[in-house]
Ligand binder design. Structure first.
Ligand code: GRF
Length: 192
């Protein structure tokens, strides 16, 4: 049976679009039921609407200092759509273990590094500064520890001599758009 997928974004949502386009194929065992952003300014919201996907915005800013209250509304908003899987796709809020526990084993994330290297931010600059010859991206199941949890897939991208964080990020992003749909497809297949 087709799995119901909610996608959480904070920005332009290019990974979200890649997921939606992949799920448009009948052979994909999942369909997008919600795109949710934590800011009304997230460019991805308009892109989701163009694709005919339901959208919600749960702005974190009114909840400053009260993460539990933000996550309660976040959880309730997502739950209305009864997703089987949540894909974090450039969702730039750190989630607490309370929230994560409620979606345990059902939430995936894409991270622009070869995990376990470079959890957190500025991954491309850190890879360049370290003199790494390869960078890349990872999709993993979300657990309480940031950018941790069982890996579903990784793609390597060579670091070139003249790379800046921007040029490397661009090439990694191209691979993210292939890796995330592939990882989601195998996740929903293996999940029954
Ligand atoms: C991606 O590199 C994602 O891995 C990272 O933020 C970027 C989001 O890009 N965490 P987009 O919003 O999917 O275009």
């Amino acid at each position: 049976m087709s799995k119901r997928v909610a996608i959480l974004i904070s920005g332009g949502g290019s990974n979200m679009v890649a997921l939606i386009e992949a799920m448009a194929n009948d052979r994909f065992n999942a369909k997008p039921v919600l795109v949710l952003a934590n800011s009304a300014n997230a460019g991805g919201i308009a892109k989701a609407q163009i694709n005919g996907i339901a959208t919600e915005v749960v702005d974190h800013r009114p909840f400053k200092g009260d993460r539990a209250a933000f996550e309660k509304i976040l959880h309730n908003t997502i739950a209305k759509y009864q997703p089987d899987v949540i894909c974090l796709a450039g969702f730039m809020r750190v989630l607490t273990s309370d929230f994560i526990d409620r979606w345990q084993g059902k939430m995936l994330n894409i991270h622009p590094s070869l995990l376990p290297k470079y959890t957190g931010l500025h991954t491309h600059q850190r890879a360049i500064d370290a003199g790494d010859t390869k960078a890349g991206c990872s999709v993993h199941v979300v657990t309480a520890k940031l950018d941790d949890g069982p890996l579903l897939g990784q793609t390597e991208v060579p670091v070139l001599a003249h790379d800046t964080a921007e040029t490397l990020a661009e090439r990694v992003l191209v691979e993210e758009h292939k890796l995330y749909p592939a990882a989601l497809q195998s996740f929903v297949k293996n999940d029954g």
